[in-house]
Design a protein around this ligand. Structure first.
Ligand code: GDP
Length: 393
């Protein structure tokens, strides 16, 4: 599937930048165009792969290139005021060759948190292709304002996109790492998961055609109907035997009924990866039961893929989710691993979001109280007790 990716704010820009790198490394061909929009000049300069002419600085009249300092209402205002500048950059990309837009942002900050929903609304008004969001939730340790920003951005973003794919920084945080180093690793996880999903179907001429192909329309159909999505992923290393055949590190067989054994192993490996992907760490932790639609993509060297494994995995997913709309297919890639990526769309049982909203409301109440209190305190400080002094004017 060919995407026009627009990274809004720092996290959004960095993630789209990594997608370009992933595309380069793996030849996946999913990024047809990449843009970064920001109100902070320094963040745009820090990007590595997004072409200079595709970096759009907005809000110069208001914040002079210094960013909005986690004020997402200001982020939304600036995006509205300067939407023409963003549109001018989009006009330069071949949107007729694009299957969908993907607007990427960290929902806890200011520029992307406020701006991404504004851009999504604008794109939906202008274009007929789907507009998806990839929204990143802040870690719970980031504090009240980030949580409040994320809760408000989430509500708005879901409403404005055709589907909001969510990634929760909190479930991917690793202890004992610098924040920056941590993000590098997290961003790699993001592009790997979404890269395999969106890359399915983009099989170029010299790659093998998948036995049961996943094409862009199946990704679009899985995401249609709106709502919130999460992605599960699991992989297992396999050995590519350069002598021609392929040998799994895990088969351990020694001749005999090799073909049957290999086929059984292949099927079992796939079904076990599907289980691990669905029951393991999701990009947004949630109950998978009740997901409206799902898409299973199994990638790996074609010798390690088979229809039976994918069919069984698909059936199992139907049972686990209770969904009647579970699609599946393979994605041959000459990488030394077999991977299962599962897109669960229309998930609604998400305790993480409910907790986020609770904390956000508490933060909002606290902030109101603190503001009221500090106004009273200032009044008390400035005014003399007996009201004997007069201000100058
Ligand atoms: P903005 O530039 O004002 O839109 O704000 P940022 O994008 O800097 O930050 C918003 C939120 O995104 C933060 O609270 C973090 O949770 C998250 N974040 C920042 N940088 C990264 C990154 O590189 N990767 C990921 N996954 N999250 C990030």
């Amino acid at each position: 599937m060919k995407l026009a990716m627009i990274g809004f704010g720092q996290a959004g820009g960095k993630i789209v930048d990594r997608f370009l790198d992933y595309d380069d490394r793996t030849n996946s061909g999913i990024v047809r165009a990449a843009l970064a929009v920001n109100s902070a000049k320094a963040d745009l300069i820090g990007l590595e792969n997004i072409p200079q002419e595709n970096r759009v600085l907005i809000g110069q009249a208001r914040v002079k290139g210094h960013g909005v300092g986690a004020d997402n209402e200001l982020g939304a205002e600036i995006a509205e005021e300067d939407i023409d500048e963003v549109q001018n950059a989009i006009d330069q990309i071949p949107t007729h060759e694009v299957d969908a837009f993907l607007v990427v942002s960290g929902m806890g900050g200011g520029t992307g948190s406020g701006g991404a929903p504004v851009l999504a609304k604008h794109l939906k008004r202008i274009y007929t292709i789907p507009v998806y969001g990839l929204g990143v939730l802040p870690g719970t340790d980031e504090g009240g304002i980030y949580t409040l920003n994320a809760a408000r951005s989430f509500q708005t973003f879901v409403r404005e996109v055709d589907n909001l794919l969510v990634f929760d920084n909190d479930s991917w945080r690793q202890t004992g790492e610098s924040v920056e180093g941590g993000y590098d690793q997290i961003n790699e996880e993001i592009v790997r998961r979404f890269g395999i999903l969106f890359g399915a179907g983009e099989v170029s001429g010299d790659q093998e055609v998948a036995e049961s192909v996943v094409d862009s329309s199946e990704i679009i159909n899985t995401l249609s109907g709106g709502g919130v999505s999460t992605v599960g992923f699991a992989s297992e290393d396999v050995e590519v035997n350069t002598g021609g055949g392929l040998l799994s590190r895990f088969t351990g067989d020694s001749g005999g009924n090799t073909d049957n054994l290999d086929a059984a192993n292949t099927t079992n490996r796939i079904t076990s990866l599907v289980r691990k992907a669905a029951l393991g760490r999701l990009t947004l932790p949630c109950e998978i039961e009740g997901a409206e639609r799902a898409l299973l993509v199994v990638s790996g060297p074609s010798e390690y893929l088979n229809r039976k494994g994918i069919e069984r995995g698909r059936k199992w997913l139907e049972e686990e989710t209770g969904s009647m709309e579970v699609r599946g297919g393979d994605f041959p890639r000459e990488e030394p691993e077999v991977a299962a990526a599962i897109l669960l769309s229309g998930v609604t049982n998400v305790p993480r979001i409910k907790r986020l909203q609770q904390v956000a409301i508490e933060a909002q109440d606290n902030m109101d109280d603190i503001q009221k209190e500090s106004e009273e305190n200032l009044e008390e400080l400035v005014e003399d007790d007996e009201d004997e002094l007069e201000p100058l004017f």
